[in-house]
Write a new protein. Structure first.
Lengths: 187, 145
């Protein structure tokens, strides 16, 4: 009962935040509200006992990405606010997506159902043998670093590549070189 | 573009007080990830947050003297190489790639060692990439005005 009440409360906060993100016209306000949105998401994950996911969501989603978005917004030139003109097409698309999602949700297994397909594949093995084999109580760490070591290596390389890409695009001589190139073209 | 440096004493003192505890919390998350929630990704982000806070309050120039760009870029590679290196070491010890069982005399100890090293690699890469992202975002547009 408590679980349901807390979930209901958090999801209504999510809806309110979404409404204000939609209403807001200032970019920095949207960034701040998105940070609040992911923080509430983190609270929902805690309520669902997914502490690791909640931790990541709070640290990455509402921490670092908000800061980076603020930095990106600060670099943008100031523009005029354009009012939304024709809402009708987007309304139709949203209603369609809501209907599709509702149909999908009705086909999903119930929350916490032990017979759901996702809980029957490899998860029982991981939960049964990991503590006695690794002597590490956090199953998530075992799966992340050992059972799925290749995946995590890939993720690390993805982050590394993303960093390299941003460095190459935003710093160094890339921009200057481009302007020199365009100057040559103009001549 | 002249960089804005916060002169407010509140920001100044609060960030001075918070800097060390944030890093300690990040290290706790890093090395306690086996027993509680957390791990390399989260720890890296938290440690990066401390340095980003520092460069937000005291300016990008001071932030770049604290974490020099060159060292930061080397550390980005060190994290990935540490992760991949653990895999190579287990390959040389007649195991499979990223099979930590062979790293120590008993499989469980080897797994423990491997997981800690791998998480450390992830943590280093994530922290330095986040700092590099912030620094390149913050310095963007300053040089070619």
């Amino acid at each position: 009962m408590n679980f349901l009440l807390i979930n209901f409360f958090l999801i209504s906060i999510l809806l309110i935040t979404t409404f204000f993100i939609f209403k807001s016209t200032s970019l920095i306000g949207i960034v701040a509200l998105t940070g609040a949105f992911t923080l509430v998401c983190a609270a929902i994950y805690v309520n669902l006992d997914a502490v690791d996911v909640a931790f990541t969501e709070a640290a990455v989603g509402s921490g670092i990405s908000t800061i980076l978005m603020v930095m990106a917004v600060a670099k943008l030139p100031e523009g005029k606010i354009k009012p939304l003109v024709n809402l009708f097409p987007s309304l139709i698309i949203s209603v369609c997506i809501v209907i599709i999602l509702m149909v999908i949700i009705s086909n999903l297994p119930l929350l916490g159902d032990p017979n759901a397909p996702i809980h029957l594949h490899v998860t029982p093995e991981y939960i049964k043998e990991s503590e006695s084999f690794f002597h590490i109580p956090n199953v998530v760490t075992n799966i992340l670093a050992s059972y799925r070591g290749f995946d995590t290596l890939g993720e690390t390389i993805v982050i590394f590549t993303a960093g390299l890409g941003v460095i190459a695009l935003l710093t160094g001589n890339t921009l200057n070189r481009k302007t020199k190139f365009t100057k040559k073209l103009k001549k | 573009m002249q960089e804005k440096i916060s002169t407010s004493p509140i920001f100044n003192i609060v960030s001075r007080i918070l800097f060390a505890p944030i890093i300690i919390f990040g290290l706790y998350v890093q090395f306690h990830g086996d027993y509680g929630p957390g791990g390399g990704f989260q720890a890296g982000v938290i440690i990066a947050a401390a340095f980003i806070l520092y460069s937000m309050i005291f300016g990008l120039k001071n932030g770049e003297t604290l974490v020099p760009v060159k060292i930061n870029r080397y550390l980005m590679c060190v994290g990935v190489l540490l992760y991949a290196g653990v895999g190579l070491v287990s390959l040389f010890l007649n195991g499979k790639y990223l099979d930590y069982n062979v790293l120590s005399s008993d499989p469980s100890g080897g797994q423990h060692l491997g997981i800690i090293l791998v998480e450390l690699g992830v943590g280093i890469t994530v922290a330095t990439v986040m700092i590099a992202l912030y620094h390149s975002f913050a310095s963007f547009g300053d040089s070619n005005d």
